[in-house]
Design a protein around this ligand. Structure first.
Ligand code: ATP
Length: 588
């Protein structure tokens, strides 16, 4: 398929401010595609990728390199292109502008196809070593020379890894379901995608093997699945009631979630909660798994905790995050050693997704050879509510976050990518302020005054509504940010600033700038109140009224391990609001 045709669709997607319209345009585009490989490539490209993120391919093209390619292809000086980039702040628009006024007209231009773009970007990703920078620039220049201004816009953005379309994986799944059936089939695609989150593969299977093929998709070592998530309660009583006493309770550790894959050839891979391949940060965990997990091929899950080798005490979560910033990983691994607490088994040669929690746990215990570095999580099967309460107190007393309470019933399967009542979190301090912190997405920002003039210093925050795949505002937050946080926020937000409301954002407020949903922050608040301004839960509790956070404050924790779709959901906020009301009434 010609890239020009695709670029025209992408432009329509870019300028629409409505989500339904966005889906319709994408559906129309997918209906034009016949070849399964094209469907795969198109899906990656719409997301600004050429492979699923867990494969960790880096194009290695900085803005500077892209600028040079634009300069070569258009016959201008790099400094002129850079100057324009400083004004426009969007490498795509810069490419479009310079290609439309390029100095030499090429005599023979090659028509760009989707395949050509994809193959060239693959080459760019694979070019490494000496002379690779020049080679990368040459390859990109080759594309830009043959590109129309519109094509150039999206080629440059793809090189930058940011398409600025506001389309997420769930949006693509909906368009695919529409194009190959109907919207009602989106859950079938979603289920497959939860087990195998590779948007290109899913599109390819749908186009080549149809819905039957999609239903056969299952977990596979080497492909991270989307993690199962928990609902929350305020008290052991509430959890006991929810699960009718059929439950297990585990300590809730405050570390980093790890999905560990054993590939069969002796290789071990580690994936984060966001499914990024973080293997290289944890050579010590890899070694420990090789030695102490008795599986040929497998997928297990647990929490990694930093600990002090001298005292054996656990260290705060933040220390683990330091590993991300360090270059000499082996040295850091010695200074900040980690220990694993495993809590689930998903694959041991066959898929355990459909097995009950007790079955999965039993198998997990069988295959772990426990020692200081690897243990299964502390667990009990309480027979009474009293026992559960005692275990909760024990966990808090030992400095843990509280409990993870898990259903042991016949339906207690592993629900990849879902937040449900099969897992429940009960955290300590549940009577202070709000039950829990919220993880909210920045969708807009406002300029400060005085000392903070010219800096975006308060932020419009939103929850996620997975049913409609949109973000709804719940507060504006400007408290809790230190000076360095404000600098960091301005740096983090820069690539996501937009002059139009992003299509998946639902807001009545008009911030100074809009922000494409990308950055997640942890926020606390005094309580949840009714609000005529915010769109979270709008019309769901009372007519013309939504829910908002009162006295919101940034906790200082950037949730880089969460994507915007992992943020606190609208439904969770409604539940928190209702529970809070109940407590007030009960307390009266
Ligand atoms: P969530 O992962 O639910 O979106 P979050 O990242 O903010 O939210 P929490 O709300 O604190 O985390 O609780 C869930 C997390 O607790 C899990 O994702 C996992 O990383 C961690 N965890 C700690 N101990 C356990 C355990 N025993 N079983 C399952 N998860 C555990």
């Amino acid at each position: 398929m010609k890239f020009e045709e695709i670029a025209k669709y992408l432009e329509r997607v870019e300028i629409t401010t409505g989500r339904i319209e966005m889906i319709n345009i994408l559906t129309e585009l997918y209906r034009k595609i016949e070849d399964p490989q094209d469907a795969a490539i198109l899906s990656y490209i719409i997301l600004g990728e050429i492979h699923p993120p867990y494969k960790g391919y880096e194009l290695g093209m900085s803005e500077k390199l892209i600028t040079r390619a634009i300069a070569f292809a258009s016959g201008y000086d790099s400094s002129e292109v850079e100057k324009r980039l400083n004004v426009l702040g969007d490498i795509g628009r810069v490419a479009e502008e310079f290609i439309s006024k390029k100095k030499q007209k090429t005599l023979f231009t090659e028509v760009l196809t989707l395949r050509k773009i994809y193959n060239t970007f693959n080459k760019i990703a694979q070019t490494t070593g000496e002379g690779s920078v020049d080679m990368k620039i040459k390859l990109l220049t080759g594309l830009l020379i043959n590109a129309s201004p519109l094509e150039a816009k999206y080629i440059a953005r793809l090189a930058d890894g940011n398409m600025r379309l506001g389309v997420a994986d769930m949006t693509i799944l909906e368009a695919l379901a529409n194009a190959k059936g109907s919207r009602e089939r989106k859950p079938i695609l979603e289920e497959a995608y939860n087990k195998y989150p590779d948007i290109g593969e899913i599109a390819k299977i749908l186009y080549s093997e149809g819905w039957e093929g999609i239903q056969k998709v299952d977990v596979t070592p080497g492909i991270p699945l989307r993690p199962m998530l928990a609902e929350r309660v305020r008290s052991p009583e509430e959890a006991w009631e929810k699960l009718k006493g059929r439950l297990a309770a585990e300590f809730k550790y405050d570390g980093e979630r790890m999905q560990i894959h054993i590939l069969g050839n002796g290789e071990v891979q580690i994936f984060s909660r966001r499914l990024e391949n973080i293997t290289h940060q944890f050579p010590d965990v890899v070694e420990a798994v090789k030695k102490h997990v008795k599986l040929e091929r497998g997928i297990i899950e647990g929490e990694a905790l930093a600990f002090d080798p001298d005292t054996g005490d656990f260290r705060p979560f933040q220390e683990l995050m330091r590993r991300k910033r360090k270059h000499d990983i082996h040295e850091t691994a010695k200074q900040i050693p980690v220990t694993l607490r495993l809590f689930d088994l998903i694959y041991d040669g066959q898929s355990y997704l459909k097995k009950t929690f007790p079955e999965r746990r039993r198998r997990l215990e069988e295959i772990i050879d426990e020692n200081e570095l690897i243990k299964v999580s502390e667990l009990i099967y309480p027979k009474t509510l009293e026992e559960l309460k005692k275990f909760f107190l024990l966990s808090v007393e030992q400095g843990f976050e509280g409990l993870m309470i898990k259903s042991t019933g016949p339906d207690s399967i592993y629900q990849a990518g879902n937040r449900g009542w099969l897992w429940i979190k009960l955290k300590r301090d549940y009577r202070a302020e709000l039950t829990d912190t919220l993880d909210l997405v920045v969708v807009g920002a406002l300029y400060g005054r005085g000392r903070k003039a010219g800096l975006l210093s308060s932020y419009l925050m939103a929850v996620y509504d997975p049913e409609n795949d949109v973000f709804k505002t719940v507060c504006k937050v400007g408290t809790g940010f230190k000076d360095e946080d404000i600098m960091e926020m301005n740096r983090l937000l820069k690539p996501y600033i937009r002059d139009r409301k992003p299509a998946r954002v639902v807001s009545q407020m008009e911030p100074d700038v809009w922000v494409e949903p990308a950055i997640v922050l942890e926020i606390t608040a005094a309580e949840i109140t009714l609000s005529p301004i915010h769109t979270c839960a709008y019309n769901q509790i009372e007519k013309n009224v939504g829910l908002a956070l009162r006295f919101p404050r940034f906790t200082g924790r950037y949730r880089m391990d969460k994507s915007p779709e992992d943020a606190t959901t609208e439904k969770e906020v409604i539940e928190m609001y209702q529970r809070q009301k109940k407590i007030v009434v009960e307390g009266e």
